[in-house]
Design a protein around this ligand. Structure first.
Ligand SMILES: [Cu+2]
Length: 378
């Protein structure tokens, strides 16, 4: 027993510094209790306040007064005419663009600060890669082509562009570009797949969360993929709002981004857009999905309801042997995946992140095969 003292009192000699630490520990414990109590009260206040808040504007004003936890969620908060707005929304074109010919593919993006809609009637202040919101344009090249990327910064702070498809010194190619400046670099797209690109300027979390991401598809030529009839590119991402974005555009809530509590999650930047405007295929077609999870933080568990992947290339390892007959495949934040489905029966087939909170937050769409009767909202 003597060899295993259970309290400080059993120590034979108590030094003055030991006594000091005892007192300090007691005071610290008391202080922590006070902080915990205060936090609990704040939490209770916020809960009550939130319960009372009937209007979106009340909710928006709260978030400014409660910068710390708990975080006010604006998930699912849309105006009354949301359905009409969703129908009027022009969906991001998910079709894989045609490949360009030639040894060099020039890509020019002009950054612009702009408010865009991310859900029906919900606006957000993005830093846009291309002047039409997030994601940036789909870049499509063929294995072996050289990408000549020019970035023009039309924004107000420095930005950069980091291509995951490149093997290149980041300090040289992915460097910050000052407002008003342009910068060009080249890389050879030698590794086929689908890759994320994003702004790599610090804090990267904020730059990606503000919409600075997109996909580059490098189609293999050394070992071509089986033929596909339709090819779609989906960039999954999440949004963290400091207001509901209805009366005025929301901006980034960095506390929510750190807490990984998004208000909306999307495919191609806008919640549920392919539910209202489904992607299409004919019965018997092979449909290929090129999927990137842009995050900034959360993964996507890609699944198509009502079918099974005929071929899946996890991590977009398209030169490897595909997996067959798999149901749900992880697409990690900052990663990609390629998925083929061949669907014979006409119908509405939802594609989702099967981490189902994401479906409720907007990361769901429909693949409409043929001309089925009726509708569904998954
Ligand atoms: Cu940036």
């Amino acid at each position: 027993m003597a060899s295993h003292p259970t309290s400080l009192d059993r120590r034979p000699v108590e030094t003055s510094s030991g006594a000091f630490f005892k007192v300090a520990a007691m005071l610290l414990g008391f202080a922590l209790a006070v902080v915990a109590f205060a936090a609990a009260m704040l939490w209770a206040d916020a809960r009550n306040a939130r319960d009372d808040a009937n209007s979106a504007s009340q909710a928006a004003s709260q978030v400014e007064t409660h910068a710390a936890l708990p975080l006010n969620s604006f998930a699912g908060v849309v105006p009354a005419n949301a359905q009409a707005l969703a129908e009027a929304h022009r969906a991001y074109d998910a079709a894989l663009p045609a490949a360009k010919t030639g040894a060099v593919v020039q890509v020019h993006m002009t950054l612009k600060d702009m408010a865009v809609e991310i859900a029906p009637g919900v606006k957000y202040n993005t830093w846009s890669f291309s002047g039409h919101g997030a994601p940036g344009p789909i870049v499509r090249v063929r294995e072996g082509q050289t990408v000549e990327m020019t970035l023009t910064n039309g924004g107000t702070i420095p930005h950069s562009i980091d291509f995951h498809a490149a093997r290149i010194a980041p300090n040289r190619a992915f460097r910050d570009v000052a407002p008003g400046e342009s910068f060009t670099f080249k890389f050879k797209a030698s590794d086929p797949g689908v890759y994320m690109y994003h702004c790599g300027t610090k804090p990267v979390l904020a730059h990606i969360a503000n919409g600075m991401y997109g996909a580059i598809v490098v189609t293999p030529t050394s070992k071509p993929l089986p033929k596909a009839d339709e090819e779609y590119v989906l960039v999954a991402s999440e949004w963290y709002l400091n207001g509901d974005g209805i009366k005025q555009p929301a901006s980034l809530d960095m506390n929510k981004a750190h807490a990984m509590e998004p208000d909306w999650t999307t495919f191609n930047g806008y919640a549920n857009q392919y539910v209202t405007h489904p992607l299409t295929a004919d019965p018997g077609d092979t449909v290929r999905f090129w999927v990137v999870a842009a995050g900034p933080t959360l993964d996507t568990d890609f699944h198509v309801v009502g079918t099974i992947f005929d071929r899946a290339w996890p991590n977009a390892n398209v030169t490897g042997t595909p997996q067959r007959g798999v149901q749900t495949v992880l697409v990690p934040a900052g990663g990609g995946g390629v998925f083929d489905v061949k669907i014979d029966e006409p119908g509405l087939y939802p594609f989702v992140s099967h981490a189902f909170a994401h479906v409720d937050l907007g990361q769901v769409g429909l693949l409409k095969v043929g001309n089925p009767k009726g509708t569904m909202s998954h």
